[in-house]
Design a protein around this ligand. Structure first.
Ligand code: 2AM
Length: 474
């Protein structure tokens, strides 16, 4: 190759390989490097032709660095954690001032800030870029959430804007999120919302399967119906309809998948920062817990015989089944809105705390395409969060409030009673309703907690009828 590549990428696992192909398909020359050289060779063998000669494999890091135009732009897609630090340590001595490393892995935003500081002292730029959309997104257009130096962003912008998915209006699903670790932070909260929505979908499945007695093909049809609702139409529901229909060797795969859900940490990190900053995000907390208990298989198997659910099973009628489908739809619709709300509140509070000045409307806009939580509801949410058009924002906000406050809420409450009576655990649905009910009350019962704290620890309390701090000899 005579001319130099526009960008480089290190790490050719599925996400890295697909992102590299996407970049080449968009017309950019890209050099790739992988620790295990055979993977690089196979990658070029498999996809070099499709790229029209735009993918260039390097056997050594030196060769890789030499193949890149200045300032060098290097995407890292190696395993999160120590491998990122290892790669940075190997790369940085070979780089020149103003070169840019872009970590597209799921790194903790505090790690990103540590790396940014370390590299800044060497005159190097480090961008922490969240990427969502899974393998398909990486290949055809992900949602990209880069954070770090604005000047460095401007250098990668032409490539990233071409590579990203498109929003509802056809604009790229990427913006400069903000300074420091804000890009990885926003991606982390995106994943927190993803955890919450996936959990309410799993609980909906449980209710429909075990109370409604619906079969897998029926479940697929029900979820396809939900996907016609403009507040629910989403990637997650779309894939759910496909999952229920998928057979292997004549068997529905869903019935044979073990129920222990995996997690890589972004959900837990979201709950940690929410607790640190005092942001109420109960559904994200519960979703993380639900994965934990799902993995506690042995204990559940042991306790199943001991813990007897004292319930009277009711037979469901045809009209009861129809009603149940609607109730679950209503519950899902309102709970989903509240899942997004919890994530947005966390981003908003963190932005203020760290003085990041994040643009909430733009953040939800870039989630409209490519990413796992893309959903048609994000159109209204983006409009509601955009202060630039006050009238439209107010109208979108009122529309959302009307949905939350209307008859669907009553239907959701009835469903929760039914789930409780039937012994179906729906902690994420309860958490969403608890979130709503807590904010719907100007006065909560924690006056009692304050009294108890003062009783046993003389912690003092404030009063509603006079100023100051008080203590009672109880
Ligand atoms: P490998 O193919 O040589 O294992 C996901 O694991 C990607 O991260 C893979 O491309 C993997 O390279 C790479 N990776 C994991 N640990 C790494 C490390 N310590 N240094 C460099 N690359 C690493």
């Amino acid at each position: 190759m005579s001319a130099k590549s526009n960008i480089g990428l290190v790490g050719l696992a599925t996400m890295g390989a697909n992102l590299a192909r996407n970049i080449a398909n968009k017309g950019f020359h890209i050099s790739v490097f992988n620790r295990t050289t055979e993977k690089t060779e196979k990658f070029i063998q498999d996809f070099g032709k499709e790229s029209g000669g735009k993918l260039h494999g390097s056997k050594t890091l030196k060769e890789f660095i030499a193949s890149l135009e200045a300032p060098r732009k290097i995407i890292l897609l190696v395993k999160a954690g120590q491998p990122v630090d290892d790669m940075i340590a190997e790369l940085s001595p070979l780089l020149d001032k103003n070169d840019i490393i872009i970590d597209c892995g799921n790194s903790h935003f505090k790690d990103t800030e540590r790396r940014q500081n370390a590299l800044a002292s060497q005159g190097l730029n480090f961008i922490g870029c969240g990427i969502s959309g899974g393998e398909e997104g990486a290949l055809h257009g992900p949602s990209l959430m880069p954070g770090g130096s604005k000047a460095a962003w401007e250098k990668i912008r032409p490539i990233f804007e071409k590579v990203a998915a498109k929003d509802f209006a056809g604009k790229p699903c990427v913006i400069h999120i903000g300074d420091l670790g804000s890009g990885h932070f926003v991606k982390m909260v995106h994943n927190g919302i993803e955890y919450a929505i996936m959990q309410i979908l799993a609980e909906s499945y449980d209710i429909l399967k075990n109370i409604g007695k619906f079969t897998n093909p029926e479940l697929s049809k029900i979820f396809a119906g939900y996907n016609k609702n403009s507040n629910l139409k989403s990637f997650l529901i779309e894939i759910t309809t496909k999952i229920f229909n998928k057979k292997e060797d004549g068997k529905f795969i869903i019935d044979y998948i073990k129920d222990a859900a995996g997690q890589k940490g972004t959900g837990k990190w979201t709950t940690e920062i929410a607790h640190d900053l005092g942001v109420y995000s109960p559904t994200i907390n519960v979703a993380v817990d639900a994965r934990i208990v799902s993995g506690d298989t042995k204990v559940r198997e042991m306790s199943q015989g001991m813990l007897k659910q004292n319930i009277t099973a009711k037979k469901i009628t045809i009209s009861g089944k129809k009603n149940l489908i609607k109730q679950v739809e209503n519950a899902l619709e309102l709970a989903t809105i509240l899942c997004y709300e919890q994530g947005i509140s966390l981003i908003s509070k963190t932005s203020k705390e760290f003085d990041w000045k994040l643009n909430l409307a733009e953040i939800t806009r870039i989630w409209q395409g490519g990413c796992i939580i893309r959903s048609s509801y994000l159109k209204d949410l983006t409009t509601a969060l955009n202060p630039a058009n006050e009238k439209a924002a107010m109208s979108a906000f009122q529309k959302i409030m009307k949905t939350l406050n209307g008859d669907k809420q009553k239907s959701w409450r009835k469903l929760m009673s039914l789930a409780m009576e039937s012994g179906i655990p729906t902690p994420a649905f309860y958490a969403c309703l608890g979130y709503f009910d807590s904010y719907a009350k100007a006065r909560l019962p924690q006056n009692l907690i304050q009294a108890q704290r003062d009783f046993f620890g003389a912690h003092g309390y404030e009063r509603t009828d006079k100023e100051g701090s008080f203590h009672t000899e109880w």
